[in-house]
Each structure stands twice: as structure tokens, then as C-alpha cells.
Ligand binder design. Structure first.
Ligand SMILES: [Zn+2]
Length: 332
């Protein structure tokens, strides 16, 4: 095996190396680096990148990557792992999802030289890291004021992503290509099939969701035959195409009565909307029988506020109900 080259540095076979890769500059005229760990195996195999904190306040993934960094032994690895511990350090420092100019880095991939700050940072990450890989996993949480049931998002048109999504081991797999400019979409289009793991809320370390994510990455490493980790698998797995956010029609203070992982019947109450005095204004009800995969964490609504992300289970509701009786889903 040859040394692995990244940003002008060399990583010898069977070793782990922490590198700082320059992606931009601060107002202080000092460089912005992203911390990256390369684990380079002794035997030939695929190159897998795992990225955390593309959105700067989504830090569950940072801890997942830190745990993977020490759990994978490069002497027993087939192929190479590139771990991006903090992909968006400018937003991470500000504890915010987006860059200081309000741009969402995850709408600018693959980026371009001479573009906006977001576009240039995206370009640097894409050319210096992502293009070196064969596959990728991008780690996210819900946005501020929301929380997500752990799930993966992939474009199921890609056979390898179908395989990796199944192997990751979440109960819920969203079949969605992603919006233009998302890392996973741009990378998949560039021949580096990339999946997203979504779990929990921003600005927290949620131990159970981190554990599920680490297990998922280990499952993918086992599926790609890069590492001999024992596999874990969920009690059930559903591929989801029909889902939407159920919104409040009225303004008011919400008493949300469901949580991620709950199954709710058509017509049942999701939230009671009240006046400041506590009297009821209206109810948000389930328009179909479904599985809750996301929820607001903010009990305040105006007309149009998203309350609950509900998967339409259609004919699968009996099976899912039976399985949920055996094992509740973990959401925090
Ligand atoms: Zn995100």
C-alpha cells in the first residue's frame, strides 16, 4: 500500500494522522482550518469520508466522529477513512447553523472558486477532502427549535446507497435526493455516493443518538468490508417517501402531545393550541395514521408553524404498531 496523500501531507499505511486543512480566512487575516483525521489501512479498500458539523451548531456528529476516530484501528483497516471533525468551523465558533453572512454552507456544494464565501469554503472541502473518497456519510441534526428521530436520508436510485442505508441500521430510511447544493447530493452526483444520518437537536451531545450513529458508521464499515465490527440491525426498517410537516392553523401556545418515535392514528390530537389564559383555541390533528419522525421543541405557534413531521404509514401501520409494542424507538 502507498501512503495516502491529503492537502500535501502523507499518511503511511497502518497509521492515523490528524491534519489541519486550510479552507478560508478570518477577519484577523489568520487562516481557517478544518480538523481532519485520516485512518489509512494496510490493505487496499474503499475510501470513506465522514463529515460532522457542516451546519455549525449540529454537534452530535462531532462526538460520533471523535469516537470512530479511536475505535477504528488503522492496522486492521481495509482502505482509508477521512474523518472531518468540524466541517464548518466558522459557524461552529458562532454556535450557529449558518455562516456569518446568513448563508447555509449546505446549499453551496460542490462550490466554486471566486464565488461567495460559502461557495469557496464548499469548494475547498469538496476538492481537498470529498473528491479523495469513494463513499461518504454526512452527520446532521434537526434545525433549532426542532428534534429528529434518528434516521438516514439517501437517494434510493443509487444501488450502493440502498445497500449502505439498509446496513446503517436505522428504522426509518428517507428516499430523497436532497436539495441542490447539499453535500450529499453534490457528492453523489460526482460519483461519491453519500448518505445523511439525522438525529436529535442542535447544541447538544445526546448520548443515545450518538451511540446509534457510531453503530451505524461501524455497520457501514462492516458492509464495505473495511472493518470487522459486529453488525447491529433494527427490529424493523421502513423506506419512506410520503411524509410532511403538520402545521398549526392558528397562533397560540402549544401543548405538544407526541414525541419522535410515536405512532399516531388518523384524527388523533398532535397538539392543543391555547390562549395565554390556558383556554383552548384549536387542536392540531393527524391527517393520516403515521409515525412521528420530527417534532417542534418550541411550544409557540403562529399560523403555519411546523409542529410534527409525520410519515404516512398507509398499509404498513399494523406491522409498525406491532413492532413498536415490542421495542420503543429512541429519540434522545
Ligand atoms: Zn444539518
Amino acid at each position: 500500500m502507498k501512503a495516502f496523500e491529503i492537502a500535501g501531507m502523507k499518511v503511511r499505511p497502518g497509521t492515523r494522522k490528524d491534519v489541519m486543512i486550510r479552507i478560508s480566512e478570518f477577519y484577523t487575516a489568520t487562516p481557517v482550518f478544518i480538523p481532519v483525521t485520516v485512518l489509512h489501512g494496510r490493505e487496499k479498500g474503499p475510501v470513506l469520508y465522514v463529515a460532522a458539523a457542516v451546519h455549525g451548531n449540529e454537534i452530535n456528529g462531532v462526538e460520533m466522529v471523535r469516537q470512530i476516530r479511536v475505535q477504528v484501528d488503522p492496522r486492521r483497516l481495509r482502505g482509508t477513512m477521512i474523518l472531518v471533525l468540524i466541517a464548518n468551523p466558522i459557524a461552529f465558533l458562532a454556535m450557529s447553523r449558518d455562516l456569518p453572512d446568513g448563508r447555509d454552507l449546505n446549499r453551496f456544494f460542490p462550490g466554486r472558486e471566486g464565488g461567495s464565501m460559502a461557495s469557496m469554503i464548499a469548494e475547498a472541502i469538496f476538492t481537498k477532502v470529498v473528491r479523495l473518497a469513494d463513499f461518504g456519510i454526512d452527520l446532521h441534526t434537526a434545525a433549532t427549535g426542532r428534534t429528529n428521530l434518528p434516521h438516514v436520508r439517501v437517494d434510493m436510485k443509487s444501488p450502493i446507497l440502498r445497500r449502505l442505508a439498509a446496513a446503517f441500521g436505522c428504522e426509518v430510511v428517507f428516499d430523497m435526493p436532497g436539495e441542490e447544493g447539499m453535500l450529499r447530493r453534490a457528492a453523489t452526483r460526482a460519483g461519491i455516493p453519500t448518505m445523511v444520518y439525522e438525529a436529535g437537536e442542535p447544541l447538544k451531545f445526546q448520548r443515545n443518538l450518538i451511540r446509534r450513529g457510531v453503530e451505524g458508521i461501524r455497520n457501514v464499515l462492516a458492509e464495505l468490508r473495511m472493518c470487522e465490527f459486529p453488525r447491529t440491525s433494527p427490529v424493523f426498517q421502513i423506506v419512506v417517501r410520503d411524509h410532511r410537516w403538520i402545521r398549526s392553523a392558528k397562533g397560540g401556545i402549544l401543548n405538544v402531545q407526541v414525541k419522535p418515535g410515536d405512532m399516531i392514528e388518523k384524527g388523533h390530537t398532535i397538539a392543543v393550541n391555547t390562549k395565554p389564559f390556558g383556554t383552548e383555541v384549536s387542536r392540531v390533528k393527524a391527517p393520516y395514521t403515521g409515525l412521528v419522525v420530527g417534532c417542534t421543541t418550541l411550544p409557540l405557534a403562529i399560523p403555519g408553524s411546523a409542529v410534527c413531521h409525520l410519515v404516512d404509514l398507509q398499509t404498513r401501520h399494523r406491522v409498525v404498531r406491532r413492532l413498536l409494542e415490542r421495542q420503543a424507538l429512541v429519540f434522545e
